[in-house]
Design a protein around this ligand. Structure first.
Ligand SMILES: NC(=O)C1=CN([C@@H]2O[C@H](COP(=O)(O)OP(=O)(O)OC[C@H]3O[C@@H](n4cnc5c(N)ncnc54)[C@H](OP(=O)(O)O)[C@@H]3O)[C@@H](O)[C@H]2O)C=CC1
Ligand SMILES: CC(=O)C(=O)O
Ligand SMILES: [Mg+2]
Length: 414
């Protein structure tokens, strides 16, 4: 990162007002009459209505369009376990994206908790305030139990974005990239560097879409996950591969796909050279990918390359998922985000990439054309069609699978 960019990024966060989000009033509050409605005595009326029937909270408060972005800061992007407070810029950033792309009010909550149980207890106690909970940057394996127990104990959708948001966007991009490279998921040899929250969910979703488990090599900080290893937790045991490879370089021999969800600069060019013809490389670690994009492109000209960043083609990042998935889930008041909703989001993202990008996207990137191909496998986040396509598909799937508590919205497609 250049000194200039560092200063620009810090200035963006500091000026003119520290931070990236604020609160706006949605009702007039200018006169004594307004105050007597907004506060005492008028506020007593909705209080009584909600006490009588908690569903009325959706009618008389901001709950239905309010998401909590909650983290303990244990896996902030690829920067590591830097604690709750240091995660605040990322969580504010997620709140910004919720509002910018899907009109959802979101607040960040950074929890200092000594254990997963304490974290869960904290979240359960505040959950009813919100229409949904987006868990963020919580390290594996804690994240799996935390999410599962929160889903069971909360009556609103709880969604660990690094798992499912990432998996949905990765699957959509991967299926499109495979199509462009003339390969099939069912036959692809896939190497996943990283075996944490994002990697586990991505591999699970790719398997459910047709990837073969014996074609899949999962690698953590100790190498390929195989049955001879000690101390594998039950989540890693799911991905044991005894095909013989023990190192990244061995696993990459003839690989069709590399998916990086680990850390910066962990993929050497020689591993890229070992891959099959027309490989797919998703180096998704943030902020710095597993391989420098310029180096990857210089090493192999026949590859499709994606990163998690906005400043290169093919951004594979959960920003393409969570705003629109929550929009659809909130609008049908879904109890949870189920598998059918996730698959619907994958398909919607895939299809949108195959349609020509609209003028405002071309303008935002200062380019003439964006067409389905090696440098355009997924829509761009500022593509306004995402809201209609993804939220609509998610809402429809929720209604069809029975997790929706409201019918498909009359005002859809957005
Ligand atoms: N583009 C996107 O949309 C997203 C990208 N990500 C990126 O994925 C990465 C992981 O995030 P997340 O899953 O939430 O974090 P976790 O902490 O849950 O997982 C991190 C994983 O990376 C592995 N790892 C760390 N160092 C190495 C190494 N030297 N070699 C191999 N594996 C290594 C860890 O291994 P071990 O298990 O041995 O500790 C662990 O399995 C981050 O860089 C993050 O930015 C995450 C979500 C979305
Ligand atoms: C994008 C994201 O959520 C991450 O890198 O953690
Ligand atoms: Mg994250």
């Amino acid at each position: 990162m250049t000194i200039d960019f560092k200063k620009t990024a810090l200035d963006y966060h500091e000026f003119p007002t520290p931070g990236k989000i604020g609160i706006e009033l949605s009702k007039p509050a200018e006169t004594a009459a307004h105050l007597s409605l907004a506060y005492s005595p008028g506020v007593a009326e909705p209080v009584r209505e909600i006490a009588r029937d908690p569903e009325n909270a959706y009618r008389f408060t901001a709950k239905g369009n309010l998401v909590a972005v909650i983290s303990n800061g244990s896996a902030i992007l690829g920067l590591g376990n830097l604690g709750p407070l240091a995660s605040k810029p990322v969580m504010e950033g997620k709140a910004l994206l919720f509002k910018r792309f899907a009109g959802i009010n979101a607040v960040d909550i950074e929890v200092t908790a000594e254990s997963p149980a304490a974290f869960i207890d904290t979240v359960v106690r505040i959950a009813d305030t919100f229409g949904g909970i987006n868990l963020e940057d919580i390290k594996a394996p804690d994240c799996f139990e935390i999410e599962q127990l929160l889903i069971e104990q909360c009556s609103i959708p709880v969604f660990h974005d690094d798992q499912h948001g990432t998996a949905i966007v990765t699957a959509a991009g991967m299926l499109n990239a495979l199509e462009i490279q003339g390969k099939r998921l069912e036959e692809a040899r896939i190497v996943c560097l990283g075996a944490g929250a994002a990697a586990t969910a991505c591999m699970r979703l790719l398997i459910s879409l047709g990837a073969r488990k014996d074609n899949l090599y999962m690698i953590d900080s100790r190498g390929v996950i195989h049955s001879g290893r000690d101390g594998l937790n039950r989540y890693k045991q799911e991905f044991v591969n005894d095909g013989g490879a023990r190192t990244l370089l061995e696993a990459m021999q003839g690989a069709d796909v590399f998916l990086g969800l680990s850390g910066a600069n962990l993929l050497p060019p020689e591993a890229l050279l070992a891959m099959a013809p027309r490989p797919i490389v998703f180096a998704c670690s943030n902020p710095d990918p597993e391989i420098d994009p310029e180096l990857a492109k210089a090493t192999r000209q026949d590859l499709i390359l994606a990163t998690g960043r906005s400043d290169y083609p093919n951004q594979v990042n959960n920003v393409l998922g969570f705003p629109f998935i929550f929009r659809g889930a909130l609008d049908v008041r879904a109890r949870r985000v189920d598998e059918a909703m996730k698959i619907a989001a994958v398909e919607a993202l895939r299809q949108l990439a195959k349609e020509p990008a609209p003028a405002e996207v071309l303008k935002a990137f200062a380019i003439d054309r964006l067409q389905f191909g090696p440098d355009y496998i997924l829509p761009k986040p500022m593509d306004a069609r995402l809201l209609g396509a993804v939220a609509g598909a998610v809402a429809k799937a929720a209604v069809e699978s029975g997790v929706a508590r409201l019918p498909y919205p009359a005002h859809y497609p957005l």
